[in-house]
Design a protein. Structure first.
Length: 497
């Protein structure tokens, strides 16, 4: 056909055009790549400027940070020096307190030692006097007793001179007894002095304990302050070292910035020769990699013909002409397909109406056989794949598709006969034949189907040829029956009208 011929010509032209389109596309790609390479060279130049400027900015930020560090370190040094001076003042006060506590402790220790010595000495003297007094007291009492005895004896002798002497001796003994009592009083006084010293020692011990605690606290404070001063002086030394280092780094950074300023001016001059400045976010290394890749792609296009542009335009015009002719042929084909689609719709509506009637009659026939079911159209969108699906259910079961798995043989035969009877009512042929229609049916369904056949003959004014090997249920009906029976190897034919 013309459409097929045009299609072949179009395919041939398309193949040729595809070749020249590929070459033309490669030519355009090469042209774009050359433009891109010039752009990349310009981008590379300005990327180098941007890289140096970025380096300059980074170093400038680094310089600012270092200056900020220097200011911070200087401020820290100032604060640390003030803290050290403050710690020295506190240390001086702490030492002064410790010295005052020390002098107070010395005074208390002297007082304590004096009382301890007084207690020891007084106790010793008191003990010795007590021993002597006890010993002398016993002897005085013995002497006084002996003197009284002797006085009595002398008085019995009535001797006046001896009596006077005896009186003197007794008087002396009494004086000695009085002296002993005086010593006892002194001993009691000494013991009272010892008790007083003990009380004072207790007070002194408490005062000394308090002073020792204050001295220990002052000592701890001094040690803590010395430690703090040491730490601060170490921190100061570190800060001084860091300040010198930062100052040296600042000097080095400022020297680097001057060098970068010269490099920026030189790189900017080279980049301006390539064109005005463009913004780029890529590094020079990334751009160089892309330039190498572009160079490789340009080298791969060295085989492009010189007349590729002319050949592509020529075959493009030819292809468009053939395409227009093919379009007209396709329009004609679309019109034909539209007509086919219109007829398909008419066919689909007709089939649906037919199946609706058949399904109703099919359900009515099944009802007489104690069943239910329906018939539906499937794949009605494709006339080649369209078909019908029969559903059937017996004894109150829900209708399911008719197949060898869901129903028994008799149920399938009954359903098929019901469908054929429903369908043949829409066939105009006056003569129909059905072979072995009641296979696998039970006697009741055979009788039901036989009666349905007779009803179909009467209602439709048609003739049926029903062939069956089973028992017939047409007795007493207006039916012409022919029986064939095999008797001892011979077929016997009987006719009943």
């Amino acid at each position: 056909s013309q459409e097929d011929s045009l299609k072949k010509m179009l395919e041939s032209a398309e193949q040729t055009l595809t070749y020249w389109r590929e070459q033309y596309d490669r030519f355009q790609q090469k042209r774009q790549l050359l433009m891109k390479r010039r752009f990349l060279e310009r981008e590379l130049a300005w990327a180098e400027v941007a890289r140096i400027e970025e380096e300059y900015s980074n170093i400038q930020r680094r310089l600012d940070n270092k200056k900020a560090d220097l200011e911070r370190i200087t401020e820290e040094i100032k604060l640390s020096e003030e803290e050290v001076n403050h710690l020295y003042e506190e240390l001086k006060d702490a030492k002064s307190k410790w010295q005052r506590f020390f002098e107070e402790r010395l005074s208390l220790e002297r007082e304590k030692a004096k009382h301890e010595f007084n207690i020891q000495n007084t106790a010793k003297i008191s003990s010795e006097i007590q021993i002597l007094m006890e010993s002398g007291q016993q002897r005085i009492e013995e002497f006084l007793e002996a003197t009284r005895l002797m006085e009595g004896m002398i008085r019995s002798l009535d001797s006046q001179p001896l009596g006077d002497q005896t009186s003197q001796i007794i008087s002396a003994a009494k004086e000695m007894d009085d002296w002993s009592k005086t010593l006892s009083s002194k001993i009691e006084s000494l013991q009272e002095s010892i008790k007083e010293s003990d009380r004072k020692l207790t007070v002194l011990e408490a005062q000394l304990s308090d002073i020792k605690g204050k001295m220990q606290k002052a000592t701890d404070t001094i040690e803590e302050l010395n430690g703090g001063i040491l730490e601060k002086r170490i921190s100061l030394a570190i800060l001084e070292y860091r300040r010198r280092e930062v100052e040296a780094e600042i000097h080095e950074i400022e020297r680097s910035l001057k060098s970068l300023e010269a490099r920026i001016a030189e790189a900017t001059s080279r980049a301006e020769e390539r064109g005005s400045r463009i913004a780029t976010l890529r590094s020079p290394e990334e751009i160089l990699d892309e330039i190498r890749m572009v160079d490789g792609r340009i080298a791969a296009m060295a085989d492009i013909p010189g007349d590729v542009e002319r050949m592509y335009e020529s075959y493009s015009r030819l292809y468009l002409e053939l395409q227009e002719k093919a379009r007209l042929a396709a329009e004609n084909r679309e019109k034909a397909l539209a007509e086919i689609e219109r007829r398909m719709i008419a066919w689909r509506n007709l089939i649906r109406d037919l199946l609706s009637s058949v399904s109703s009659q099919y359900e009515r026939i099944l009802f007489q056989a104690a069943g239910t079911g329906y018939v539906r159209l499937i794949n009605d969108h494709d006339i080649e794949a369209a078909g019908i699906e029969i559903y059937v259910g017996f004894k109150g079961a829900k209708p399911v598709p008719l197949n060898i798995y869901s129903q028994s043989g008799g149920e399938r035969s009954t359903a098929v006969m019901a469908f054929l009877l429903a369908l043949q009512q829409h066939i105009r042929s006056p003569f129909r034949a059905i072979d072995e229609y009641d296979v696998h049916m039970d006697p009741r369904n055979r009788e039901v189907i036989a009666n349905l056949l007779i009803s179909a003959v009467k209602e439709g004014a048609v003739q049926y040829l029903a062939i069956t090997p089973n028992q017939m249920y047409f007795e007493g009906k207006e039916v012409h029956m022919i029986t064939v029976q095999n008797i001892e190897g011979t077929s016997t034919i009987m006719e009943v009208t």
